[in-house]
Design a protein around this ligand. Structure first.
Ligand SMILES: [Zn+2]
Length: 140
């Protein structure tokens, strides 16, 4: 066995690992919906249920959902999928991340952007929209 074969084998392993990264569970997804009858196009951030790398259910913010009664489970192993439901409405779905906290009620903590008197960047963390901590946020 020469090195070239070993190398291709490792490469093969890496690629096959990458293919099955979509595990079962609930994901945040970006959805583009197009109704050809009304010519209405809309986009949403929704949660979706994935099973066996297939999109099986889409949850809407009003509490409703669509599932196998409305469309055939669609393969989403690449992270995106598009399909039409049984009424002809077209969907494009793109996975954003795993989990249900899609609506950014609590944005991630970011380091304060202010420069302190000593000339260094402030080390406080903040969720303020201004990007500045409670000490440096001038709107307060
Ligand atoms: Zn600060």
């Amino acid at each position: 066995m020469n090195l070239k074969y070993i190398f291709s084998f490792i490469l093969f392993l890496l690629i096959s690992c990458n293919i099955s990264t979509i595990s079962d569970g609930v994901y945040c997804v970006e959805v583009e919906r197009y109704n050809p009858r009304t010519l209405k196009e809309s986009s949403y951030t929704l949660t979706a249920e994935v099973k066996n790398e297939k999109l099986v259910r889409l949850y809407f913010p009003n509490g409703g959902y669509i599932d196998y009664d409305d469309f055939n489970p669609s393969n989403i192993s690449s992270g995106t999928t598009s399909f039409s439901d049984f009424r002809g409405v077209q969907f494009k779905v793109k996975i954003i991340k795993k989990g249900t906290d899609c609506f950014d009620a609590f944005p991630e903590l970011k380091r304060c952007t202010a420069i302190t008197k000593s000339g260094e960047r402030c080390k406080n963390k903040t969720r303020n929209k201004s990007g500045r901590c409670y000490l440096h946020d001038k709107n307060k």
